[in-house]
Design a protein around this ligand. Structure first.
Ligand SMILES: [Cu+2]
Length: 314
C-alpha cells in the first residue's frame, strides 16, 4: 500500500513538472525553450559571429573524426596480437612538412575571417548616435550623448515583482528579463555604445546584436550595433557582479526612426517640464543655472560632451 502511494506521488510530481515546463514559452526577443543554437541575429556582426561559430565547429569536428578515426583504426588493425610489426623508419621529410603546413593553413583559414569580424566589432567610427552605458549593482544607466535624444538619461531596473522571484505568485512571460525603462534606439542607425561601470565589473550583452562588452570601473570601452529589425531584444549582465547579478537584465527597444524621434521629443519635453528655475534668492554660485528635479523617472538634463576613445582612460 505504502509502495503504491509512493508511486502515485512520484507520478503526480512528474505530471506537475511536465505541466510547469509545458507552460514555459519562447520569450520574444529573449531565449527560446530548449534553445541550443546561438540567438538569431538582427545585425551583420551577430550573423558573422554565428557563421564563424559554425565554420570553426565543423572544421574542429572534421579534425576530431579524422584524427581519432585513424588512431582507433590503427590500434585495432595493427595490434600486436594480430602479428603487426612496427615500422622502423626515422624522420620523413614529406610527413613533417605536411603536418606543419596543413595545420598552419587551417589556423590561418580560421583566423582571417575571425580577425575581420573582431576588427569590425571594434570599428565605432561614423556612428549616428552615441549612448553611454553605466553598469551599477544592480541596474543599467543609459545616457544619450548626441542625436535627437541628447541629454536623456534612463535608469533601467528589473521590473519583475519580488513575489514572482520568491515563488509567491506565478512567473510572468518575461521573468527576470524585463525592465521599467528599456534602452530605445532607432532602426538602421549605427549606435555607438560607450560602456563603463560605477562599482564593479559588469558586462553589457545583447545576443541578438552580437554585442558583449565588459563594463569596467574607471575605463571606457566602446562597441556598436546597427539593428535591422524593429522589436524588443533582451540580454543580461554577463560578468558576475555580486548577489543580484541575475537581476539586471538589458532590454533594447528598436523603433522606426520616426517613432524614435517622437520618443526622443517626448523625453526632451519631459526634461524641460521638470526643470525648475530657482528664485533669484536661491541662486548660488555654480548652481545658478538649472536645477533638475528627480520626478522618479531618473531624468536630468546634464551638460554632456561626446566622449572620445582617446580620452578613454579616466
Ligand atoms: Cu552586473
Amino acid at each position: 500500500m505504502m509502495k503504491l502511494k509512493g508511486y502515485l506521488l512520484t507520478a503526480c510530481a512528474l505530471l506537475m513538472t511536465g505541466l510547469a515546463s509545458a507552460q514555459v514559452q519562447d520569450m520574444p526577443g529573449g531565449p527560446k525553450v530548449n534553445q541550443l543554437n546561438l540567438t538569431t541575429g538582427v545585425t551583420q556582426i551577430a550573423r558573422d559571429v554565428a557563421w564563424l561559430h559554425w565554420m570553426m565547429l565543423v572544421i574542429c569536428l572534421v579534425i576530431f573524426v579524422g584524427v581519432f578515426g585513424v588512431m582507433f583504426y590503427s590500434i585495432w588493425a595493427h595490434r600486436k596480437s594480430k602479428g603487426a610489426k612496427p615500422a622502423t623508419f626515422h624522420e620523413h621529410v614529406g610527413i613533417e612538412i605536411a603536418w606543419t603546413v596543413i595545420p598552419f593553413l587551417i589556423v590561418i583559414g580560421m583566423a582571417l575571417p575571425a580577425t575581420r569580424t573582431v576588427v569590425a566589432m571594434k570599428d565605432t567610427s561614423g556612428s549616428d548616435i552615441t549612448i553611454k552605458v553605466t553598469g551599477y549593482q544592480w541596474k543599467w544607466g543609459y545616457e544619450y550623448l548626441d542625436g535627437p535624444a541628447r541629454g536623456v538619461e534612463l535608469l533601467s531596473t528589473l521590473s519583475t515583482p519580488r513575489a514572482q522571484i520568491q515563488n509567491l505568485e506565478p512567473k510572468g512571460e518575461f521573468y527576470l528579463m524585463e525592465v521599467d525603462q528599456p534602452l530605445v534606439v532607432p532602426i538602421g542607425q549605427k549606435v555607438r555604445i560607450v560602456v563603463t561601470a560605477a562599482d564593479v565589473i559588469h558586462s553589457w550583452m545583447v545576443p541578438a546584436f552580437g554585442v558583449k562588452q565588459d563594463a569596467i570601473p574607471g575605463f571606457l570601452r566602446d562597441t556598436w550595433f546597427r539593428a535591422e529589425k524593429v522589436g524588443v531584444y533582451r540580454g543580461q549582465c554577463a560578468e558576475l557582479c555580486g548577489k543580484d547579478h541575475a537581476f539586471m537584465p538589458i532590454v533594447v527597444n528598436v523603433m522606426t526612426q520616426e517613432d524614435f524621434a517622437a520618443w526622443a521629443a517626448e523625453k526632451q519635453a519631459k526634461i524641460a517640464g521638470v526643470v525648475v528655475e530657482p528664485a533669484p534668492s536661491e541662486i548660488t554660485g555654480a548652481l545658478a543655472t538649472k536645477q533638475p528635479l528627480n520626478d522618479g523617472v531618473n531624468q536630468i538634463a546634464p551638460v554632456v560632451a561626446p566622449v572620445k576613445v582617446s580620452e578613454a582612460r579616466l
